[in-house]
Design a protein around this ligand. Structure first.
Ligand SMILES: NC(=O)c1ccc[n+]([C@@H]2O[C@H](COP(=O)([O-])OP(=O)(O)OC[C@H]3O[C@@H](n4cnc5c(N)ncnc54)[C@H](O)[C@@H]3O)[C@@H](O)[C@H]2O)c1
Ligand SMILES: O=C(O)[C@H](O)COP(=O)(O)O
Length: 629
């Protein structure tokens, strides 16, 4: 049993905002997390499939399915959508490989509308549950707003998500998934192709021969062997470029503040500082994402630090280079050659000076454009989008935490418990001051590092916010929604002496500095406090304020605080029975004998006002509250 006295308290800081929950870059191909499909037939959600808001357990669905599957969530009260049995709809706005399209068509109605203007996209989008794009479609805030809440998934068939307004997606509860692995090799090969063709003036001499010239002296190149190449960004693409450059006999160094040095060492690459990388390299190949930190990181200052005559390859994103500064560096000879696949504006404007340099090789964002990569990306993104529409947590979610399958299946009943406790706690608040701070305490025998509570936190937030607002809360937007509503969520993990087989012994939800409409639910510190556990796979309420109770969290609940004396259960039971209200369970808890007790009564239906009034009139009952679970 848990023992609070043996508790080792570990305080956690408030949750980071969702974007900072992104997984660290990895070279691994993530397997898609999947769950048995049979839950869908049990789930009320399947009926609203085209409009599924996805990604977190729906309490009702879990309850009915009696199985620890994580399924889609929805505000089940959506009257417009609950009876719709149509297939989900998916809009594909850029060319996608056939394998991916086939997969999408086997599950959904798919429309391919290529080359839409931003206005057209905004006009069409509200008919779709999912949108699949490459880098050519800007998924702006206007697009998310025009979707009117219907768009649940944006799938980026590729890596870079800089064309998707992630903040807007997160705020509006839309999941963004990408296909981060299938075009890695293609991009790396393109970088190597540009490296070699730049060094040997392949594109320039090709144009020259085709124009009738034979300029063997003009196009003398430089050798690669023995030269130093700096790989800026040692992620998936960067590390593959590094491997290939080693094979060409180059000396490879890399700058990446977040890459593990041992991964670099394993392929014979030294991780160095930014300045060391750019000042010593003959070739500089860019493989970092475009972020506020990397935007225009190659500018007049940094070009000035480069070795005279350096050669630059950019297969990452155009925005990491200040293109005007690159023009100046090319003019001054600091940069002797550049090979660019990506541009700050695509296609670059026809008057861009970059188009005028003979020593600059340009390709139209072809890094991912091999047949193999496009088929791979199409299947990868189709699986992710279909999975998300089915309610599975995507392993390639960009704006939601990824929760590994094993963790999910273990946490499923606790997920339900977390939502019900949130829902219950908020109904106990008297109002007035409002809810400012919520603390969630997880008691577990496990090491705190073994306990991923993001899903549970999201569900507590969902339970608290949804009954008192029109917000729809899911795993994507839970932290954001809480923050937006001024709700501070803190978490504490307490190590207790209990079975380590259970991921969690109990969850306690405390709403701070607020009065309760049921004073007995207030802890000695003035918080509304309730606690629950999972017993036999079912969430139970086990503590209200300082009173122990034990009722399963199903249906509706009446909490009464009364003088602890004989006959109370019978009297209240009679009142309910007379009006034909079925009592599903009852539990009494007290602190000191014959003083005060709390009675928790589960009822299948909501009793009418008169019946509740009669309960309140029982002389020994000091207070009571009716709660919907
Ligand atoms: N041209 C194309 O068609 C094409 C194809 C695929 C990928 N890309 C682009 O290539 C880039 C890399 O893709 P990836 O799949 O390797 O991504 P990745 O996330 O696997 O790797 C990016 C690496 O950059 C590092 N990084 C982040 N900030 C950095 C900084 N300030 N300085 C140095 N390194 C930094 C990260 O730590 C990470 O290791 C992305 O910009 C992506 O959009 C382009
Ligand atoms: O980020 C990516 O995956 C690449 O830039 C490829 O973009 P594309 O899908 O538009 O070719």
């Amino acid at each position: 049993m848990a023992s609070a006295s043996s508790a080792n308290h570990i305080l956690l800081s408030p949750p980071p905002s969702l974007p900072s929950l992104l997984p660290p870059p990895s070279t691994a191909k993530f397997p898609h997390i999947s769950f048995p499909r049979n839950y869908l037939s049990h789930s009320s959600l399947i009926r609203s499939q085209p409009h599924l808001p996805c990604f977190i357990t729906n309490a009702a669905a879990l309850n009915t399915a009696q199985s620890p599957n994580i399924v889609s969530l929805s505000k089940t009260t959506d009257p417009d959508h609950t009876t719709n049995t149509a297939k989900p709809t998916i809009l594909v706005s850029e060319k996608l490989g056939e394998g991916g399209l086939d997969l999408l068509r086997s599950f959904a109605d798919v429309e391919c509308l290529y080359g839409m203007s931003p206005e057209q996209l905004c006009k069409e989008i509200s008919r779709f549950d999912a949108l699949i794009v490459r880098s050519g479609t800007k998924v702006s805030r206007e697009v998310f707003q025009a979707a009117n809440g219907r768009l649940k998934v944006v799938g980026r068939a590729g890596v870079g998500i800089d064309n998707v307004d992630l903040q807007a997606a997160t705020e509006l509860g839309c999941l963004v998934v990408n296909a981060p692995t299938a075009n890695t090799i293609a991009a790396a090969e393109h970088a190597i192709a540009l490296l070699a063709s730049m060094a040997r003036n392949v594109a320039q001499s090709d144009a020259s021969v085709k124009s009738g010239k034979w300029q063997r002296t003009k196009y003398i190149g430089v050798s690669l062997v023995g030269k130093t190449i700096a790989i800026m960004g040692f992620g998936k693409v960067g590390s593959e470029v590094a491997r290939r450059a080693k094979g060409l006999g180059m000396h490879v160094i890399s700058h990446d503040p977040y890459a593990p040095a041992d991964r670099a060492r394993a392929i014979g690459v030294d991780l160095v500082s930014f300045d060391d990388a750019i000042s010593t390299a003959d070739f500089i190949s860019l493989h970092m994402p475009l972020t506020p930190t990397t935007s225009k990181v190659f500018n007049d200052d940094t070009f000035a630090k480069m070795k005279k005559g350096a050669r630059i390859i950019n297969v990452a994103r155009g925005g990491v280079i200040d293109e005007d500064a690159l023009v100046r560096a090319l003019e001054s000879g600091v940069v002797s050659q550049a090979a660019l696949d990506v541009f700050s504006e695509e296609p670059p404007p026809s008057d861009s000076k970059l188009l005028q340099f003979e020593n600059v090789t340009l390709t139209p964002h072809l890094g991912a454009s091999t047949k193999e990569a496009q088929e791979g990306v199409a299947v990868e993104i189709a699986e992710a989008v279909v999975g998300a529409l089915r309610g599975e947590l995507s392993a390639t979610a960009v704006n939601a935490p990824m929760v590994p399958a094993e963790v999910l299946s273990q946490l499923a009943p606790y997920v339900l418990l977390a939502e019900k406790l949130g829902r219950l706690a908020v109904q106990l608040v008297a109002g007035g001051e409002g809810i400012k701070a919520v603390k969630v305490v997880y008691r577990s025998a496990r090491d705190p590092d073994d306990l991923d509570t993001r899903l549970l936190r999201a569900m507590v937030i969902k339970g608290i916010i949804e009954p008192i607002s029109d917000s729809f809360v899911n795993l994507v937007n839970a932290d954001f929604t809480a923050k937006q509503k001024g709700l501070r969520i803190s978490e504490e993990r307490v190590v207790v002496d209990s079975s380590p087989e259970n991921p969690i012994d109990s969850i306690q939800v405390l709403i701070s500095n607020t009065e309760s409409k049921f004073a007995s639910a207030e802890s000695e510190h003035g918080n509304v406090s309730i606690e629950g556990r999972v017993k036999y796979g079912i969430p139970h309420l086990t503590r209200v304020g300082s009173f122990s109770v034990d009722v399963s969290l199903e249906g509706n609940l009446i909490l009464c605080c009364q003088v602890d004396q004989p006959g109370m259960i019978g009297r209240v039971g009679n009142i309910l029975g007379e009006q034909n209200y079925n009592v599903s369970f009852m539990s009494v808890g007290r602190t000191v004998k014959r003083t005060k007790a709390i009675m928790a009564i589960g009822v299948d239906e909501e009793p009418d006002k008169n019946t509740l009034k009669k309960i309140g009139e029982v002389p020994a009952i000091e207070e009571f509250v009716f709660l919907k679970l």
